[in-house]
Design a protein around this ligand. Structure first.
Ligand SMILES: NC(=O)c1ccc[n+]([C@@H]2O[C@H](COP(=O)([O-])OP(=O)(O)OC[C@H]3O[C@@H](n4cnc5c(N)ncnc54)[C@H](O)[C@@H]3O)[C@@H](O)[C@H]2O)c1
Ligand SMILES: [Zn+2]
Ligand SMILES: [Zn+2]
Length: 448
């Protein structure tokens, strides 16, 4: 949090670099700047806002208006909570501000479009990409849309990482300051690029996950190059890790091992045939995850993927170092990945890491010729169409990770369940007052 405060100071000094933006950034709530971005109708809506460290709340705010000609307003019929939202709640993501509306995954119905929107009409069902892409910069042209150069004005991003990445809905001013979709309405900038139409055959309870979980988990195995007959180990069996296990098998992996520290190992195994798991809390004295993996796959696995996140320190030293700000991320899971991978194998990091880490086993990486791949924020657009078709044809059923249905009114409590990984929650679907009736076969509503 001290870092978050410092990041605001730094941005003030560096200046906000939004000269070359393709859209208005940093409209994280329609009521910002005295209601400047509120719809003229005066209509109010409910939305989940960040109010301080560990404090997210459903608040009443104004319905957003069209700000740029390329905008659309979407009436939200489904949203969810992501593992990344928990990092935001904890305040570990820089440049989050009180009142920012969160949520980067949503589906709904187009309510209104600006005059420059070509491919969308009011009434059409859509899902967003969590990325805000301009569609025209050199990265967007290659569909590496999270690297967009025109949708994020954070100079701090540039200073810390070397260059700026693109915008993300509902994910702090570090990634553009866009209001998110854990709300009844949301403004979608550059709507032709950032919304995909959903066919009738795909209900909200499946289509919603095209916003993030499906493209992110798919990207993690594609980009690390999981191949036929590979052995693969995946750390973290949240929605991202669990679906990455699914995709690894689809790519032809012969063995996939999922690692976690709780009941999610059993849950994932019950949904994915042939998955092997390690719940490391059950390991004996002196046993470690890498040792266990070498026992299961002598020599180590071909590919390891870290789908946990840098804030989840395991040992005392890293817990302390994180707490006092001596590092921003633990290196423990990445070190485990390195040591569990065969010589000249590959490690991919898809879980979120934000800054510097200590005690990184660079020796294992260098000496054993491991390729370490940062998977980046997933370039959703690269995979969108292919994944839509896979959902439509039943090649993948995203509801294997869907365990709960909540109401928007209860979403703050859902954050805390997600944080503690309690009550059998893997992934939720959050309905709003605009949602159609629940699709048969998906979880019934739970009130919290
Ligand atoms: N790169 C991207 O584009 C992108 C997109 C979405 C999410 N993410 C990130 O991916 C990660 C996973 O997302 P999610 O929604 O599945 O989150 P999640 O919090 O539901 O899942 C993380 C899992 O990791 C497990 N875990 C924690 N420490 C572990 C350890 N030492 N070893 C093994 N498992 C451990 C947790 O028990 C949990 O089940 C998060 O960090 C999230 O922010 C990245
Ligand atoms: Zn997400
Ligand atoms: Zn771009």
């Amino acid at each position: 949090m001290a870092e978050n405060f410092a990041s605001k100071q730094a941005e003030a000094v560096l200046g906000h670099g939004d000269q070359d933006r393709a859209t208005h950034t940093d409209i994280s709530n329609p009521d910002r700047e005295g209601g400047r971005y509120a719809d003229e109708s005066g209509e109010k809506m409910k939305a989940l806002a960040w109010m301080g460290k560990n404090d997210v709340r459903v608040v009443e705010t104004s319905k957003p208006k069209i700000v740029d000609d390329h905008d659309a307003i979407v009436k939200v019929t489904g949203t969810t909570v992501c593992g990344s939202d928990v990092h935001l709640m904890h305040g570990v993501i820089l440049q989050i501000e009180k009142g920012d509306i969160l949520g980067h995954e949503f589906c709904g119905v187009v309510e209104a479009v600006g005059p420059a929107v070509k491919n969308l009409k009011p009434g059409e069902r859509v899902v967003n990409s969590f990325v805000v892409s301009c569609g025209e910069c050199k990265y967007c042209k290659q569909k590496l849309t999270t690297a967009c150069e025109k949708t994020n004005a954070s100079r701090l991003h540039e200073q810390l990482y070397g260059s700026r990445m693109g915008g993300i809905f509902g994910y702090s001013h570090f990634t553009g300051g866009y209001a998110g979709g854990q709300a009844e309405y949301v403004r979608v900038p550059l709507a032709d690029n950032n919304l995909m139409k959903l066919p009738h055959s795909i209900p909200d309870e499946k289509g919603l996950y095209l916003a993030d979980v499906l493209p992110t988990s798919y990207h993690s195995v594609s980009y690390t190059g999981v191949n036929k007959d590979d052995t693969v180990a995946i750390w973290g069996l949240g929605p991202i890790g669990m679906m990455a296990c699914f995709w690894a098998f689809l790519k032809g992996a012969k063995r996939v091992i999922g690692i976690d520290n709780n009941w999610r190992t059993d849950y994932a195994k019950s949904k994915i045939d042939r998955l092997e798991t390690i719940n490391y809390t059950t390991l004996g004295e002196g046993e470690t995850v890498p040792r266990k993996i070498h026992e299961m796959v002598p020599g180590g696995v071909d590919v390891s993927i870290d789908a946990t996140g840098g804030e989840y320190a395991k040992g005392f030293m890293h817990k302390l170092e994180l707490k006092i700000g001596a590092e921003q991320d633990t290196s423990e899971m990445i070190n485990e990945c390195l040591m569990s991978t065969r010589k000249f194998g590959t490690v991919g990091i898809i879980g979120d890491y934000v800054g510097f880490t200590n005690h990184f086993n660079v020796g294992s990486l260098m000496e054993r010729g491991i390729k370490l791949i940062g998977c980046g924020q997933s370039p959703v657009h690269k995979y969108w169409q292919e994944l839509l078709e896979m959902v439509e044809h039943g090649t993948v059923d995203p509801t294997i990770m869907l365990t709960h249905r909540f109401q928007l009114d209860d979403i703050a409590k859902a954050y805390h369940l997600q944080e503690k990984r309690e009550s059998g929650l893997v992934k939720c679907f959050v309905e709003t007052r605009f949602s159609p009736r629940r699709t048969e076969g998906t979880p019934e509503l739970t009130r919290l």
